[in-house]
Design a binder for this molecule. Structure first.
Ligand code: SAH
Length: 212
């Protein structure tokens, strides 16, 4: 999904009012961004942002943040956002490894991870967003009742993630290896770009919801 060297991407992002340019300045003050006290939900590794935009449209009483590491990918989301009237969705160009510097304890109510990079080599396991190292970071910024929802079609990554969650002391609220065949878990499902692509190839989609 990484698109290199798109001309003008950085300038566009710099000037787009729904991008938070210095997120560390809002640590413990994210409510000021939205100017209300609604809960804040965040997708990390949002890609082109379809999921988050549909979610923000459906739930005006919730504030959303979209985190994406690459500006060239973020640009695609912003171009789509421009065509909406959404004011409950802001964006950050940020490596997820830095979330603790940007968010205070318990500031976030829900984290979504969708089709996160699998990092298949064992020696890269710590880079997976569902590794215990990342779960420890998310633990700090999630509220006491906070939840994390993860979807992927990658069975190996999904099994790793269930194992890491247990090892890191999280509880599995629900999980399925076939989201689209599970009426209850799929009830209000919003498909991500990757989910549309991989499920159309016949891959079952796995989902887990975890909490501490
Ligand atoms: N969630 C989208 C995109 C999945 S691809 C979908 O389901 O369609 C994974 C995305 O995560 C890519 O856009 C990648 O750039 C981003 N990403 C990977 N590692 C990241 C990190 N450490 N911090 C922030 N974003 C990351």
């Amino acid at each position: 999904m990484r698109l290199r060297n798109i001309k003008g991407a950085d300038e566009f992002i710099e000037n787009y009012s729904f991008v938070i340019k210095h997120p560390e300045e809002y640590k413990e003050k994210w409510k000021e961004v939205f100017q209300n006290t609604n809960p804040i939900h965040m997708e990390i590794g949002m890609g082109k942002g379809k999921f988050l935009m549909e979610l923000a449209e459906r739930n005006p009483q919730i504030n959303y943040l979209g985190v994406e590491r690459y500006s060239s990918v973020l640009l695609r989301a912003l171009q789509k956002h421009q065509e909406t009237e959404l004011t409950n969705l802001y964006f950050l160009c940020l490596d997820a490894a830095l979330v603790e510097d940007m968010f205070g304890c318990g500031e976030i109510e829900k984290i979504y991870l969708n089709f996160s990079d699998p990092w298949p080599k064992d020696r890269h396991a710590r880079r997976r967003l569902t590794s215990r190292e990342f779960l420890d970071r998310f633990d700090k910024i999630l509220s006491a009742q906070g939840k994390l929802e993860f979807k992927t079609d990658n069975r190996g990554l999904f099994e790793f993630s269930l194992e890491e969650a247990r090892e890191a002391g999280w509880k599995i609220e629900k999980h399925t290896y076939d989201l689209h065949g599970d009426d209850e878990m799929c009830a209000d499902n919003i498909m991500t770009e990757y989910e549309e692509k991989f499920s159309s190839m016949g891959n079952p989609i796995h989902k887990m919801i975890i909490y501490r």
